[in-house]
Design a protein around this ligand. Structure first.
Ligand code: NAD
Length: 493
């Protein structure tokens, strides 16, 4: 466990290094009164943040991106220390976040300001516009596995759209959130534009009840339901980025070497603790043996550790180790074959586990794992693989390997994001929306949709001259509606 209640129980907790259990810092737990005050301050500050307009916000956000870029290694060190991921993986997380921040700052004005639309024949005397106004204050609740990239996917877009943000990080990674807040405060001369509150579930619950204008939640399916229930009390809109059971499909015409290489990274990088990580590979029978052979050769050379030569770090939290152990044990009891790895592990270090012949009844094929385990399943043809993906209760992302049919297959898969002949790459493209369907959540961060998630569409119609037949007046002639109906018939014949 990398976070726990300190001796000053109920008021403080500590953040721990997951590999050494060393205490990295102590944090006060924010309760309802503190959360309410923070949200009040954020609401007052939002008047200034909205007033300074897109241009000035862009300048501040670009300056923040510049600061993050110049101190990316310092931030990556901290992420690596607190979350346990390798320095290079932490650095990738920071670099991707900077790209999104910069994209949101650059495009907010063009996407969200005044768009003229046709008024149609019924209102041809008027001009019509859509304007996207900021919602006000956004509550962001984050997970531990991507402590910077994931919350920044909401925070960057919410700020660029003109909102203030109150961020509750996971109790396992409060130091990264504090670093984020401190760096923002070096740029923006108002401490209430981006604020951080700390604590466990009750602090998140208090945020949902605090009067924020929207909650952007990233975390497990179980907590998503609790968040929605509390937000429903006051009709607070929610965006849910939840878990997945993401699949990779290998077609008969795939480049098997490239597919195996990408699968290994998609499944085991960051110790498999990636919401969009690959948890199951559906491989058509023509290339199954060759795929398993090439993949197991790669996987046998991967290992968990803290050395430069390690493939990934320790599991961030104890709970996740137990999930991996029990799902693998259950699969083996149901006659799965273990090609690489073992069900035992020391401390929080789990070497990669590769399973085949897994029964469809096994827990590991029903539930999210979020650990360094991959199931490879043979299918008769690509249609069977597509059906298996579309029947899953989760629908976050998928990857396809096929030389000629990748796009055709992508169109048949009903998940939020698909990568063809690569894995996870959509997350690196700021203009692509990010999010899932079904138990994986709803709503979108990133891209144009990400900016619009943190805005509301305001319709404006401006009358320029009176219509020959007034429709919305008690002076409307008796026969007016019959003339309009005739005209409508002619137009729609
Ligand atoms: P979690 O649900 O345990 O916690 C997430 C956050 O919710 C934490 O900050 C936690 O303190 C808070 N929380 C807990 N109870 C709460 C309550 N009752 N009300 C409000 N907030 C509450 O999830 P986790 O273990 O931190 O994160 C892992 C999960 O997140 C996995 O399922 C993973 O797939 C998912 N995830 C999804 C994405 C995505 O983009 N779809 C990205 C990263 C992680």
């Amino acid at each position: 466990m990398s976070s726990f209640l300190s001796s000053d129980q109920q008021s403080k907790f500590s953040s721990l290094d997951p590999s050494t259990k060393e205490v990295l810092g102590d944090f006060y737990i924010d309760k309802t009164p503190e959360v309410s005050q923070v949200v009040k301050d954020a609401k007052v500050a939002s008047l200034w943040w909205q007033e300074i307009d897109f241009y000035k916000r862009k300048k501040y956000l670009n300056s923040w991106a510049k600061l993050l870029s110049s101190r990316s290694k310092e931030l990556a060190q901290l992420i690596s220390k607190e979350n346990g991921k390798l320095f290079d993986d932490a650095l990738l997380e920071v670099i991707l976040s900077i790209e999104h921040l910069s994209w949101a700052a650059k495009h907010a004005e063009q996407i969200l300001s005044h768009t003229k639309v046709s008024s149609g024949w019924l209102m041809f005397g008027s001009k019509s516009f859509i304007h996207y106004d900021p919602l006000g204050t956004i509550g962001v609740i984050g997970p531990w596995n991507y402590p910077f990239f994931t919350p920044m996917g909401s925070i960057s877009y919410a700020l660029a759209a003109g909102n203030t943000v109150v961020f509750k990080p996971s109790e396992y990674v409060p130091m990264v959130a504090q670093w984020m807040k401190n760096s923002f405060d070096e740029i923006v001369p108002n401490p209430h534009i981006l604020q951080v509150i700390n604590g466990f579930g009750p602090t998140g619950e208090a945020l949902c009840r605090s009067g924020v204008d929207k909650i952007s939640f990233t975390g497990s399916e179980a907590t998503s339901k609790k968040v929605m229930k509390v937000c429903a009390e006051n009709l607070i809109p929610v965006l849910i980025e939840s878990g997945g059971k993401d699949a990779l499909l290998v077609a008969h015409d795939a480049d098997v070497d490239k597919a195996a290489d990408a699968t290994a990274w998609g499944a085991y990088s960051n110790g498999g603790q990636t919401c969009i990580g690959i948890e199951v590979a559906y491989v058509v029978e023509e290339v199954y043996d060759s795929f398993v052979d090439k993949l197991s050769t790669i996987v046998k050379n991967l290992h968990s550790g803290t050395q430069v030569s390690s493939s990934y770090g320790p599991m961030t939290i104890d709970r996740q180790c137990e999930i991996v152990r029990s799902q693998v044990q259950d699969a083996i009891e149901k006659n799965a074959t273990i090609i690489c790895g073992t069900v035992t592990y020391k401390d929080n270090y789990i070497d990669p586990i590769l399973l085949t012949n897994v029964s469809s009844e096994a827990q590991i094929l029903q539930e999210e794992t979020l650990g360094p385990v991959l199931v490879v399943k043979q299918v008769k043809g690509i249609d069977e693989a597509i059906e298996l993906v579309n029947n899953s209760p989760y629908a976050l992302s998928a990857a396809i390997f096929s030389k000629r049919h990748g796009l055709e297959i992508a169109h048949q898969i009903k998940v939020g994001m698909v990568s063809v002949n690569s894995i996870l790459t959509f997350a690196a493209v700021p203009s692509l929306p990010f999010g899932g369907r079904k138990s994986s959540g709803f709503g979108r961060i990133h891209g144009e949709q990400g900016l619009k998630e943190f805005s509301y569409a305001k319709s404006i119609i401006d009358k320029r001259f009176s219509m020959p037949i007034p429709l919305t007046s008690f002076r409307r002639p008796k026969k007016a509606m019959s003339w309009i109906a005739n005209l409508s018939r002619i137009i729609h014949r």
